[in-house]
Write a protein that binds this ligand. Sequence first.
Ligand SMILES: [Zn+2]
Length: 101
Amino acid sequence: MIRFGTAANLPEAHLLLRLLAEAGIAARILNEHAQGATGELPFTQTWPEIWLENETDLVRADEVRRRFERAKELPLQHCSQCGEQNPGSFELCWKCGAPLP
Ligand SMILES: [Zn+2]
């Protein structure tokens, strides 16, 4: 296991995890339930953390994250088939595979 980075919130963490999975990279979210916890921890330590199962995936995972960061800047698109939200850069719905407008 190697620490890959933090996400600003859980939906982002899950989206990134899904993109990593699509790229064949095994990863998991730690700290998933830390949000909302109070205590002496600095705020950033309660952010969801993404960890990679295999250190050798780090380079490819970085590429996925760059795509992910770019996609975040585009408006979300809603799939007309299933209504799921998709990142603006997607051409096919991640959930049902329908082409996006
Ligand atoms: Zn869909």
